[in-house]
Design a protein around this ligand. Structure first.
Ligand code: GDP
Length: 141
């Protein structure tokens, strides 16, 4: 089982100046950051990243949102990282998220929900490679 997963602090997190609070929450939940950067996704890159949602009615809005400003992708490490991060961030819709989760605390709605987290071990590997080269990951140099 991989110990790593990918998180992205989304444009709403950056714009509301919540980066520090959310990172603090993740560190307190036991995750270690082993790579992090700030980047502004092009529409093409965003489309590639969210290709699985291409046919969904909200896809154009999702691309508008995720390219609105810069985002902060990071690789988080912990035992059971993928499942634990999903639990730490809470349900997609903050109205349905558990108390104390990142989305319950900070997200506005189902789209503007502060943070992305890989939803499977397989996708974690793909998403990590989407944003980071091996050289950018701590301990891998
Ligand atoms: P996640 O894995 O919890 O992020 O959720 P999904 O993979 O289902 O959706 C990806 C992202 O698309 C979500 O995090 C939201 O930003 C957005 N999204 C999901 N469902 C909806 C929806 O019904 N409407 C809109 N506008 N955005 C959505």
């Amino acid at each position: 089982m991989t110990k790593q997963t990918l998180a992205i602090l989304k444009p709403d997190c950056v714009q509301k100046q919540l980066i520090g609070k959310v990172i603090d929450h993740l560190l307190n939940a036991g995750f270690r950051i082993v790579a992090m950067k700030m980047t502004h996704l092009s529409r093409e890159s965003a489309g590639e990243f969210y290709a699985v949602h291409k046919e969904r009615p909200f896809y154009p809005d999702l691309l508008d949102f995720i390219t609105e400003s810069e985002v902060v992708p990071m690789i988080l490490e912990k035992e059971n990282a993928v499942a634990d991060l999903r639990e730490t961030i809470g349900a997609t819709d903050p109205a349905e998220a558990e108390e104390g989760t990142v989305r319950k605390l900070y997200a506005e709605n189902k789209q503007n929900n502060i943070i992305h987290a890989s939803d499977s071990e397989e996708n974690a590997k793909i998403e990590i490679a989407f944003f980071f080269s091996q050289k950018e990951i701590i301990d891998n140099q």
